[in-house]
Design a protein around this ligand. Structure first.
Ligand code: AMP
Length: 324
């Protein structure tokens, strides 16, 4: 008698991303974003109570770090909700003397994330105040895009286009809702599966007034200068258009399989290069259509630079063209 097709990968090799794809459809077909548990908000189910706080007794932390930053560590965990159990990522604030400023930073990040609900953005599930302050988020287990691509050089151009298109959809949502990200880079795009990307790290993000549509920083900070548009550096002005510039750098990182942009150059040299009208060369084997789009994102004048409402359909059309 024929055996039924297993719903999950049963190769036993839990180190491959294929094996860890949640709800991988039968027949070895790629899981689509909507096949995963993190496409819809965990609170989309009316039986789950929407709350911005997570009860510590319902949160179970697992051994092993997913990552770390200057705030502390990110651990994997399970959050027991009323009807389901969700695998989660938990950002845990380290307890040190710097506490107040880092606590404020984390609460600001949580405040922004709480206002966002889009399949291509990591959602916050809630804040948990217990032995440490913890930010509970959806899990994107395959980690940062640049590291994934460094390790998986066989990833196809079609697959990379699919992922950057998803990032552009998340950014279009942010633009429509008047948020600026201010730290858009491949390190801040996390993968749920090889075919599903989400934007993360809202530590520098700001809501902007609709009429003004930009945020003016009070002074220079610890900035990712190589990802920043000229008006950010020269006038401290941040808008969705400056996120578009960063998105061009992110595209360059993705099509170069996770290489560092402007490798070996100092921030000042990069600024001079941009002011003189030069831009990074195309990554090896990058489709000309995608390099043209990067250069469009690096349009010097803000008014001539497109928004995500233009960038997203260009990526969508190119992706559809190569998928025929
Ligand atoms: P961050 O400071 O937000 O950039 O987080 C530091 C690192 O923790 C990231 O580079 C990821 O490797 C990991 N990380 C953060 N958030 C998540 C998440 N939601 N799911 C999986 N890993 C995460």
């Amino acid at each position: 008698m024929q055996q039924p097709t297993p719903r999950h990968n049963t190769t036993g090799n839990s180190n491959t991303y294929e094996a860890r794809v949640p709800n991988n459809p039968p027949g070895g077909k790629e899981a689509m974003p909507m096949d995963t548990e993190v496409y819809e908000s965990p609170y989309a189910d009316p039986d789950e109570l929407r709350s911005s706080t997570v009860d510590r007794s319902q949160l179970f932390l697992e051994d092993g770090e997913l990552g770390s930053g200057n705030f502390g560590t990110v651990m994997k965990g399970i959050y027991k909700m009323r009807k389901t159990e969700k695998p989660v990522a938990v950002k845990i604030l380290k307890n040190d003397d710097n506490l107040q400023s880092v606590t404020d930073e984390m609460l600001r990040e949580a405040n922004v994330m709480q206002q966002l609900d889009n399949p291509y953005i990591v959602r916050m599930i809630g804040i948990c105040e217990a032995e440490s302050l913890m930010l509970v988020m959806e899990l994107a287990e395959l980690g940062p895009l640049h590291k994934f691509l460094q390790k998986h050089k066989q990833t196809t151009v079609k697959n990379i286009t699919e992922l950057v298109h998803q990032v552009s959809m998340g950014m279009k949502y942010l633009e429509e809702h008047n948020f600026v990200h201010r730290d858009l880079a491949a390190r801040n795009v996390l993968l749920v599966t090889q075919h599903y990307a989400k934007i993360s790290d809202f530590g520098l993000s700001k809501a902007v007034a609709e009429e003004q549509n930009y945020y003016k920083a009070k002074g220079h900070g610890k900035w990712p200068v190589k990802w920043y548009a000229p008006e950010c550096i020269n006038y401290f002005k941040f808008s969705s258009k400056s996120d578009v510039w960063s998105f061009g750098v992110l595209m360059w990182e993705a099509f170069s399989y996770g290489q560092k942009p402007y490798k070996g150059m100092k921030g000042n040299d990069v600024m001079q290069m941009i002011e003189s009208g030069s831009r990074m060369d195309a990554p090896l084997n990058c489709p000309p259509e995608m390099y043209d789009l990067m250069k469009t994102c690096w349009t010097y004048k803000l008014d001539d630079r497109p928004g995500f409402s233009v960038v997203e359909p260009r990526l969508r059309e190119y992706y559809y063209d190569i998928s025929q």
